[in-house]
Design a protein around this ligand. Structure first.
Ligand SMILES: *[C@@H]1O[C@H](CO)[C@@H](O)[C@H](O)[C@H]1NC(C)=O
Ligand SMILES: *[C@@H]1O[C@H](CO)[C@@H](O)[C@H](O)[C@H]1NC(C)=O
Length: 464
């Protein structure tokens, strides 16, 4: 896919899109320079361009008491600028260094944008959310230069083993929005979560966190969301879908030393459907893709994971419905069905210890309709690897065929010959060493490729 020349504001005006869901590989027509993905249920992104919003009104934080001195708390100025522009306009944080001492809750905006060209560095120490956007529609959070960032200085907490700090960015009940061209760095807790949002597009994002759990990259429990061209470094969730969620398209993701992508953790009344992950490159992570639960109820269905490349990961394809890191919850297990893994290549770190295919479904709710095809991975250490399945039905490797869907004990096949075609490219700039948790983490430039040989859908906002 060649990079195209779309403007960063992806929807100049509302467009009507007709989608046909006939064939899995149908490519949709480009409509008004907007590419629509098959898994989405309609258009995504703001309804009004930021240029149009800016023509209506701009609210520069420097005119609302903000000072770019790296010391003065910018929180009150952001809140005042928002109040003035929340009914239509652009809140501008120009380039410069700002301190955030008190967190901001920006609630009830309509047809507004937050243009973050400066660097906001955390100085406050409360828990919660540094930037919380809620009950908003037609919203865009972006940097016009691709240089805007939030520096969470999470290491100041982590070095002391303290996890009481804030998340960087949380969005709740936001519709018709985009978030793009910003970097979120070293969050004391999660970097970016989308809770009960709809019709969103997230792209050209770099997230870089410390090397420990609990520092999730992007978490989504929402509907009709397109995430693409994002890089995550941390040691927890890369881009993860939680329940409830539907119509989620995630592609061109670079887990550049991370925990890896996942669905979960899944508990009671899980409701996830119509999710596609495509072009996911995972390096030195806990897994390439995990579905994780322990007990629970509800369903996950109609999910595809295609074109995955992995290197140096512990697990690769990992369904674990007895996940030991999660406390068991009531229920026979979340029912998984119609889940396809297609076109996976690369290598795992030690396949005899952690094989590249692990499909451990709940004995109380055996999974079915699982398909594993064009899957070719090999071990980096040793000369053997295993595939393991339990209570899992479908097509490929150790999956059982038939439709009885009775539970069965784990059966493991060990192979000692490399499959053909496992070789896969690496990314030239794979992170060689984690950032740790005791020193400040530098703000990265936003990359322009997130998967070998694939360019981004939208050029960086800051490129000419
Ligand atoms: C399989 O994935 C590779 C990237 O790993 C991609 O280049 C190739 O086009 C994919 N093949 C198919 C049939 O989609
Ligand atoms: C992966 O992370 C390393 C370290 O942060 C960085 O140097 C490299 O540029 C990243 N890769 C890409 C493609 O951005």
């Amino acid at each position: 896919m060649a990079p195209n020349a779309m403007s960063p504001g992806r929807l100049g005006s509302a467009v009507t899109i007709s989608i046909s869901f006939a064939l899995p590989n149908t490519t949709f027509p480009t409509i008004s320079s907007k590419r629509v993905e098959r898994q989405l249920s309609g258009s995504v992104g703001p309804l009004t361009s930021h240029a149009t919003k800016a023509a209506k009104k701009t609210c520069n934080v420097l005119s609302y008491g903000g000072v770019a001195d790296g010391k003065t708390d910018i929180g009150p100025a952001i809140t005042s600028a928002f109040t003035a522009c929340k009914s239509g306009g652009v809140v501008i944080i120009p380039s410069g260094n700002y301190a955030l001492g008190t967190w901001v809750t920006l609630s009830g905006g309509n047809a507004w944008a937050l243009q973050l060209d400066g660097i906001i560095t955390r100085t406050g120490t409360s828990g919660g959310n540094m930037i919380f956007i809620e009950h908003s529609t037609d919203f865009e959070l972006f940097s016009s230069t691709s240089k805007g960032a939030v520096q969470g200085l999470g290491y100041e907490f982590h070095a002391k083993g303290d996890t009481s700090g804030p998340r960087i960015l949380r969005m709740y009940e936001v519709s018709d929005f985009s978030v793009h061209d910003i970097a979120l760095v070293d969050s004391p807790l999660f970097h970016f979560s989308m809770d009960t949002c709809s019709n969103g597009e997230v792209y050209n994002i770099a997230i870089r966190g410390g090397d420990m759990g609990g520092l999730d990259g992007i978490d989504i429990w929402s509907t009709n969301i397109w995430v693409h061209d994002v890089m995550v470094t941390n040691k927890d969730e890369c881009v993860t879908v939680k329940s409830p969620a539907s119509n989620i398209m995630i592609e061109s993701v670079y887990c550049n030393w991370s925990g890896g992508c996942a669905l979960g953790s899944l508990g009671a009344d899980t409701d996830i459907s119509s999710v596609v992950y495509k072009n996911v490159y995972t390096w030195s992570s806990n897994q390439m893709m995990m579905i994780k639960s322990n007990g629970g109820s509800g369903t996950v269905s109609d999910v595809t994971f295609e074109n995955f490349i992995g290197h140096g990961n512990a697990y690769s394809l990992d369904i674990d419905q007895y996940w030991a890191s999660m406390k068991a919850v009531d229920g026979d297990g979340v029912q998984l069905s119609d889940i396809t893994f297609h076109n996976w290549t690369g290598t795992e770190s030690y396949g005899l210890q952690r094989g590249p295919i692990k499909v451990i479904c709940a004995d109380g709710a055996p999974c079915h309709g699982i398909t594993i095809s064009d899957f070719s991975m090999w071990t980096e250490e040793g000369s053997a690897q295993w595939y393991s399945c339990e209570s899992a039905y479908g097509d490929g490797f150790c999956l059982k065929s038939g439709s009885s869907y009775e539970s069965y004990a784990a059966s493991t096949t060990t192979v000692s010959a490399a499959p053909t075609g496992y070789a896969a490219p690496t990314m030239a700039a794979d992170l060689k060493e984690a950032f740790g948790t005791t020193a400040s983490i530098p703000i990265p430039a936003i990359p322009t490729s997130f998967f070998p040989g694939v360019g981004p859908f939208s050029r960086l906002a800051g490129s000419s």
